[in-house]
Design a protein around this ligand. Structure first.
Ligand code: BJW
Length: 254
């Protein structure tokens, strides 16, 4: 099946859902996790992206996030994000993303469902700031946005209780926010489901494509390399999102 076949399904689809992963932001300069230059090739997820890692060494974890915020803060949406933003407005396309970079939002995508949180949002960790206070704080419900690079102080503190703040990001072993998972699951009831730029191995996000297929959706994947989803989808397009999506968008106008 070809790009033309995918365009034909897109033209017919009245409910379209797209699941994106780190690959859609690669052309913007955001590192992926598992590619040759991926973050997990240089860092161990268990040292940086688990609640246990944060309890063990919050300063190390915050240094890593401060570095990523500085890097991602300079990145801008690419033509792949732009096409999806337009589809969200003009084709009732629901964008579900695993990305924490907020580039879909910056591109003007409406109603993005962010499964893994955002680099730019923080919440209270309910822990004392190392070396500052012995007092254990409660967990405040507060979640707030802070896009300052660098932070006023590292590690940042909860504005409500003064305790340690943490990134509002879903780490390994943590549950996704109920409302996000429910919205993403609802979006699997669609005519066409396209997975773009994801290695399709992190659950529950990776299961969404299977749910969509089980419910009768045509499924597609856009990725330069094969993934575990490639053998399952109806249409696998091997290519970069920033090239394939504008070509696909152009085909829709004929
Ligand atoms: C391009 C491109 C271009 C490149 N164009 N494409 C079995 C064993 C152990 C654990 C588990 C298990 N089964 C399930 C689990 C749990 C775990 C999991 O799935 N692990 C797997 C790795 C096995 N899942 C979880 O822990 C989740 N929570 C959970 O299950 O909770 C259960 C629970 C319930 C109730 C109570 C308590 C718990 C949470 C998962 C959170 C994932 N978080 C991360 C890191 C966040 C940290 C941070 O960002 O700071 O999210 S992991 C990382 O992977 C990140 C991503 O969102 C996620 C997905 O990665 P993605 O986007 O697919 O990126 P890559 O790099 O993998 O792939 C990029 C792709 O792009 C590649 O294919 C390239 O080819 C392609 N590409 N250039 C198009 N130009």
């Amino acid at each position: 099946m070809s790009l033309e076949d995918l365009a034909a399904h897109l033209r017919r689809a009245s409910r379209l859902t797209v699941l994106t992963g780190a690959g859609i932001s690669a052309a913007s300069g955001v590192p992926t996790f598992r590619g040759a230059e991926g973050l997990w090739r240089q860092y161990r997820p268990e040292d940086l992206a688990t609640p246990a890692a944060f309890h063990r060494d919050p300063i190390l974890v915050w240094e890593w996030y401060a570095w990523r915020r500085a890097l991602v803060g300079k990145c801008r949406p690419n033509p792949g994000h732009d096409v999806l933003a337009r589809w969200s407005r003009e084709r009732r396309c629901t964008v579900v993303t695993q990305n924490v970079d907020d580039l879909h939002h910056q591109a003007g995508t409406e109603g993005v469902i962010r499964l893994h949180g955002s680099l730019w949002e923080l919440r209270c960790a309910g822990l004392p700031v190392p070396g500052r206070t012995r007092r254990r704080t409660g967990v405040c419900d507060d979640e707030w946005r802070d896009d300052r690079v660098p932070f006023a102080e590292t590690p940042p503190r909860c504005p409500q209780c003064g305790g340690l703040a943490r990134p509002a990001i879903v780490w390994f072993g943590e549950a996704l926010r109920d409302s996000d998972l429910r919205a993403a699951t609802a979006a699997t009831r669609c005519d066409l489901f396209i997975a773009i730029g994801t290695s399709a191995i992190v659950h529950p996000a990776a299961g969404l494509l299977h749910d969509a297929k089980r419910q009768g959706a045509v499924t597609a994947e856009i990725n330069p390399v094969p993934t575990p989803a490639s053998g399952i989808v109806d249409i696998a397009i091997h290519g970069a999102a920033e090239d394939v999506l504008p070509r696909l968008d152009l085909l829709l106008s004929f």
